[in-house]
Design a protein around this ligand. Structure first.
Ligand SMILES: Nc1ncnc2c1ncn2[C@@H]1O[C@H](COP(=O)(O)OP(=O)(O)O)[C@@H](O)[C@H]1O
Ligand SMILES: [Mg+2]
Length: 371
């Protein structure tokens, strides 16, 4: 029996049982059955595509709502059953919220600059996925996790999404601080659920942002850390080779806070530094953000790119956004076509507050050189 058929059969069974119990006023049983039915439907949706997937998800959400509207306890349900149903409910709704799963459409070529980083990622991550036999033949290393680190706003998240898109994988994205802070006590279970959900897909990328939050050396709450780190390591250790359709990517702005064990080969075996954009990268990011905007003759992209050393990709995006306000307002006021002038952007460059200081950049360099 296929997995789809299995879920479908179970869905029908739980659904009918739930409706029957509902009619009889056995709310506890109805609630539990409908929750299970919703869970099966979510699993079915995950296996389907396009319109069918949408319809199934929508129906599963409605079922969840209906189930939750029912009282938890009636005499016909044992307290044990009631508690199980309640947990299932919490898990289902929470996992919806804290795991973002999507099929990204951004491509590696959309990431400006970072040519070395992109080459490394193609060789280490994308090719083993796309050409497993060739990778096997040349006994190239595969499996394990890749950790992107570097100053915020320079494309780590963007690269992770692009990787998922390039290998046609579902992208599971979580902020590690969410795993521990919002559901403290259940952090290990949250991690398990995340890896479970990803393993159900034929191809999945798990992207853990702010990785330092769960594999921190110092850790805020050491008791939480002491439980979460082993769980995390055991999930990651289980990855190697065996499930070749699952890829683990992490990102951190604070690599110096990471636990040594998590950085060891096979876990986050590959550390990739994502630096500040260099001159050509800045030029391209600015050009991308001003695409389609009429520019005056005196507007020189090379000059702007030169003048924006120390800007992150996100800073450049912000700069362009602010600069566009000037011609926009002029055009609204005058009713005549305007252009973006060099002065419009220069005046903002002069008073931009940059998100990364020189001192911080030096800290990454120091980490890189192994201090
Ligand atoms: N190399 C880049 N090429 C194109 N856009 C970039 C680049 N780096 C940063 N950006 C822009 O800045 C935004 C923030 O980047 P993000 O990937 O979230 O940074 P990080 O995850 O490293 O903090 C992106 O959405 C993108 O618009
Ligand atoms: Mg990010």
């Amino acid at each position: 029996m296929s997995r789809q058929q299995f879920y479908l059969d179970h869905f029908k069974r739980y659904y009918q049982r739930g409706l029957k119990a509902h009619r009889k006023g056995e709310h506890g049983l109805a609630r539990m059955s409908l929750l299970k039915a919703a869970e099966m439907l979510y699993k079915l949706a995950a296996e389907s595509e396009g319109e069918l997937q949408k319809v199934r998800k929508k129906k599963a959400r409605r079922l969840l709502q209906l189930a939750r509207s029912m009282p938890e306890h009636t005499s016909s349900v044992s307290s044990k059953g009631g508690a199980a149903a309640k947990n299932g409910d919490v898990a289902a709704t929470n996992s919806e919220k804290w795991i973002v799963n999507e099929l990204p459409d951004v491509k590696m070529d959309d990431v400006a600059g970072l040519e070395d980083v992109k080459d490394l990622i193609r060789r280490r991550v994308i090719y083993p996925f796309q050409h497993p036999e060739v990778t096997e033949k040349y006994r190239k290393q595969k499996g394990g996790g890749v950790l992107l680190y570097g100053p915020p706003g320079n494309g780590k998240t963007m690269i992770a999404r692009a990787i998922a898109a390039e290998v046609d994988a579902t992208f599971f994205s979580v902020k590690c601080s969410d795993i521990i802070s919002k559901w403290v006590g259940d952090a290990e279970r949250n991690l398990q659920k995340l890896f479970e959900a990803a393993r159900e897909r034929s191809r999945a990328v798990i992207f853990m942002d702010e990785t330092e939050a769960i594999v921190s050396r110092r850790g805020g709450d050491s008791t939480v850390m002491n439980r979460v780190i082993p769980e995390f390591l055991s999930q990651v250790d289980g990855l190697d080779g065996r499930h070749s359709g699952l890829l683990l990517l992490g990102a951190t702005n604070r690599p110096w806070d990471m636990d040594e064990a998590a950085l060891r080969t096979g876990r986050f075996g590959e550390l990739i530094f994502v630096p500040m954009p260099d001159l050509p990268a800045r030029r391209r990011i600015i050009a991308m953000n001003l695409d389609g905007i009429p520019l005056s003759e005196d507007f020189d992209l090379d000059v702007i790119a030169t003048r924006t050393e120390g800007y992150t990709g996100a800073d450049l995006e912000g700069l362009c956004e602010r600069a566009k306000d000037a011609p926009y307002e002029r055009e609204i006021a005058s009713g005549e076509d305007q252009r973006l002038e060099a002065a419009d952007i220069m005046s903002i460059i002069d008073d931009m507050r940059l998100s990364v200081t020189k001192r911080t950049i030096a800290k990454y360099e120091k980490f890189r050189s192994g201090d």
